[in-house]
Design a protein around this ligand. Structure first.
Ligand code: C2E
Ligand code: CA
Ligand code: CA
Length: 767
């Protein structure tokens, strides 16, 4: 509020000096709405002519978007307490809207009407004194007006009503919800207000049916019973002359229904049973064509309609036409927009919408997180539709849409591209692993057969994956690369998953591999384990080795795990591959032991999908028992993120491993979000500080602080710490100064093939 109420009252009274009554009322409303910072201030008057519903007499509207056509019930006004602020139901103005009313009174407490304040969000007219000043001023000016009312003739009353109706319609027109709101209540209000203004018994709005053979009733108000009713449609076949006069006339004004040829046909079935003796039918004309009719009907007697009354009714008819036209245009705009952004069949967003979405996502990207575009395309879809017909094809597409949507997570975006292509944009994640999980979810959702037309269909899809930011920096590039990766997947056969690679651009297709290759690789024993030593920096003792898998491709040579583990996870191949790795690592460790390696613990990386596999524990147990390895010489590395994702399940599994005697390390520690509180819940024995914190630890104070706190924390929890990825002497020096950690990294050694490991250890420890 702008200033103290004393000031407001004084200023208001001063500026009212010399104004005429009407102008003063308007000015007071304006000041009230500004002072209380509300959307509208309205005066309702209990005029003689007004019926049960009271229309605003004057109002000041600051926010023209509030829902128009507001009325008050006569009882509401009569029940208002004197001199008190009364809260009204404001729900039609919006969910949180608030509205307050003050009773307006003449000198002997004769009710005059009400002042109503409305706002689309909660507010309170706290300054009651100002509100009282406003009401008492209004009382004075409105009493003047009321006593001068006798001078008002019917004509100025109707003019006033037309003006009111027009401003209501204008506001209705601006309402953004116009295309979605149900117009029946608006038409009902129009009927009611027309009946009140013209004092006629029955007012209805009728529209022609699409084929123009029937008039259908949209709203009907019966004045004597004060009820909204409905009426049966009228057939052109039964009343041809009436239908043509609607097409030909601007208005059909009938003083005596029994002897007017234009409505003669209606007499028997319609007018006589209802006892309609006079009527004014105003064709509603839009775009040069009659689209309906506004009917004002008078019971019992004939009636002479005045020119003003006809003019009023015609203006109402025009306004209805105007609304109709306006809505049609709005709907057309909406439709055009939908066509531009939505796919007609599945109603999914289309390529335009996808690119727009990608654009926003790229703007929001923080450089630390990833998201993927998963481009799915149904295998052999064209052949399928040629064989089965497009109808089945369309239904299949809709069924696929439903499945994919069911796998959709909040925030993810799905769209349809080309004919049988779908593109999904995943949520942002800071770990790529989460992306692969999402891809897997979508593929899973299509595994079960689809029911279409009472038949089961098994489909497979080819999948191309593009990761942002790596694989493209504009929406168009991302989509294009998704399409390329998908084309490549298709080229390789059914059910393939291909990650986009820049080499696609050079058409070096032979550079690609795919999951059939991985399966073959496992069969052909193309995998091999390398081992990286873990060293105690003071004693120079090798305390452990980490097994790191390599794929030696017959043509391409050694492929690092980061390039195929994600694929193995998505395709589920990680389970047999992981089994093989565990068995192999354990057997090689035993062999090293036989060769006199002594107290060395072998670490095996376990991916989330393996860890969650129902057979996982059984398999670990079997490997331990069958190989005869002492369980404490086997360590499993699980990532922090994975552990936190499935907390309860993880803890349970970890307890089983602990019972077995196998130890567990939390890998990549620091990159996830684990809270320290949770860490104490996990039965683990080791933390591996992620390489990113080790990098330049000696000169990067932030990394230094993080490592220091991890080391302190581990000490408190009695956990071993391994610093990963130590490359330089400076890093090593800094780390050894901070605390007692095991060191793993290129500084000591890169991962080595099993046959080189033994000699490396011997020479290192012999130094
Ligand atoms: P990781 O478990 O964090 O493994 C450590 C990675 O850091 C290894 O990469 C290792 O070669 C590399 N590294 C070690 N010291 C240094 C260093 O001083 N500087 C640099 N720049 N890098 C260093 P690698 O072998 O390429 O493995 C990458 C990731 O692939 C592993 O990260 C692990 O998540 C996964 N992985 C590797 N082998 C297996 C496996 O047998 N099973 C599973 N499930 N995942 C594996
Ligand atoms: Ca590891
Ligand atoms: Ca790691």
């Amino acid at each position: 509020m702008r200033n103290g109420h004393g000031d407001f009252n004084k200023q208001l009274l001063a500026s009212l000096q010399g104004r005429n009554d009407k102008n003063a009322v308007h000015y007071i409303l304006e000041q009230a709405s500004l002072y209380f910072e509300c959307d509208a201030a309205t005066v309702y008057l209990l005029e003689e002519k007004s019926g049960r519903t009271i229309f605003p007499y004057k109002e000041f509207v600051r926010n023209s978007n509030i829902y128009p056509l507001s009325t008050l019930r006569r009882e509401t006004i009569l029940n208002l307490p004197s001199q008190e602020i009364f809260q009204l139901d404001a729900s039609i103005y919006g969910e949180d809207a608030a509205s307050y009313a003050m009773l307006l009174e003449q000198e002997e407490h004769q009710p005059l009407g009400a002042l109503v304040l409305i706002h689309h969000t909660p507010f309170t007219p706290e300054d009651e004194e100002a509100l009282r000043t406003i009401t008492s001023c209004l009382n004075v000016y409105l009493s003047h007006l009321q006593s001068a009312k006798s001078d008002w003739n019917h004509r100025s009353y109707i003019e006033e009503r037309i003006r009111r109706q027009q401003s209501d319609f204008m506001r209705l027109m601006k309402d953004a919800r116009l295309t979605s709101i149900d117009l029946v209540p608006a038409f009902q209000m129009i009927c009611e207000s027309t009946a009140e203004t013209l004092q006629v018994d029955r007012v209805a709005v009728w529209f022609f049916s699409e084929d123009r053979t029937t008039l259908e009733c949209r709203a009907l108000y019966d004045h004597p019973s004060k009820k909204f009713k409905n009426a049966q449609g009228l057939q052109k076949a039964h009343y041809p002359a009436y239908f043509s006069s609607l097409e030909e006339n601007r208005s059909i004004v009938v003083e005596q229904t029994s002897d007017d040829f234009r409505v003669h046909e209606l007499l028997e079935d319609y007018l006589a049973p209802l006892n309609i003796k006079a009527l004014m039918d105003i064709p509603i004309i839009s775009g040069g064509k009659t689209i309906g009719v506004l009917c004002c009907e008078h019971y019992d007697d004939s009636r002479n309609w005045s020119f003003d009354e006809e003019a009023f009714a015609t203006s109402i008819g025009d306004m209805i036409a105007f609304i109709n036209e306006h809505i049609k245009r709005r709907k057309a705009e909406k439709k055009a927009k939908e066509l531009a952004y939505y796919d007609y069949l599945t109603h999914l967003p289309n390529r335009n919408a996808l690119e727009e979405h990608l654009d926003t996502r790229m703007d929001q990207a923080d450089g630390r997180s990833y998201f993927a575009l998963i481009y799915l395309d149904i295998d052999g879809f064209t052949e399928m539709t040629e064989r089965l017909g497009y109808r089945i094809g369309d239904q299949l597409l809709m069924a696929v849409t439903r499945r994919l949507k069911s796998a959709l997570q909040k925030g993810e975006f799905i769209s349809r591209l080309d004919y049988d292509g779908f593109a999904i944009v995943t949520n942002d994640t800071e770990v790529k692993n989460a992306l692969y999980k999402r891809i897997h979810k979508y593929l899973e959702s299509l595994k079960e057969p689809l029911m279409v037309d009472g038949q089961e269909f098994f489909i497979t899809v080819s999948t191309g994956v593009v990761v942002f930011p790596e694989d493209g920096d504009s929406p168009a590039t991302i989509v294009r690369n998704g399409h390329r990766a998908n084309t490549e997947a298709k080229r390789l056969g059914r059910s393939m998953i291909t990650f986009y690679r820049p080499s696609f651009d050079e058409y070096e297709f032979e550079q690609q591999w795919f999951h059939m290759d991985l399966a073959k690789a496992l069969e052909n024993e193309e995998f091999e384990l390398y081992y990286q030593p873990q060293v105690h920096p003071f004693s120079k003792e090798v305390t452990g080795i980490e097994a790191l898998v390599r794929w030696t491709h017959p043509e391409k040579g050694v492929i690092p795990p980061n390039e195929f583990i994600p694929l193995a996870e998505v395709t589920g191949l990680i389970v047999p591959l992981g089994k093989w790795i565990l068995e192999k690592a354990v057997h090689q460790a035993i062999e090293l032991d036989h060769q006199g390696m002594g107290d060395i613990c072998v670490s095996v990386n376990i991916s989330a999908i393996e860890f969650q596999h129902p057979e996982f524990l059984t398999h670990v147990k079997r490997v331990v028992y069958e190989s005869g390895i002492s369980p404490e010489k086997l360590r499993l590395e699980i990532t922090e993120t994975m552990a936190m994702d499935h907390e309860d399940y993880t803890i349970e599994n970890l307890h089983h491993l602990q019972d077995l005697g196998v130890t567990v390390a939390l890998d990549d520690f620091g990159t996830g979000y684990s809270s320290l509180k949770y860490l104490s819940l996990f039965p683990i024995q080791c933390l591996k500080i992620d390489r990113s914190f080790i990098r330049n630890v000696e000169s990067n104070p932030k990394n230094g602080a993080i490592v220091q706190s991890i080391v302190d924390l581990a000490e408190n929890l009695d956990l071993e710490v391994i610093a990963e990825g130590v490359e330089t002497k400076e890093e090593l020096r800094h780390l050894t100064a901070i605390g007692n950690q095991i060191i793993q990294g290129y500084y000591y050694s890169k991962p080595l093939p099993a046959n080189e490991l033994l000699s490396w250890i011997q020479s290192f420890q012999g130094e």
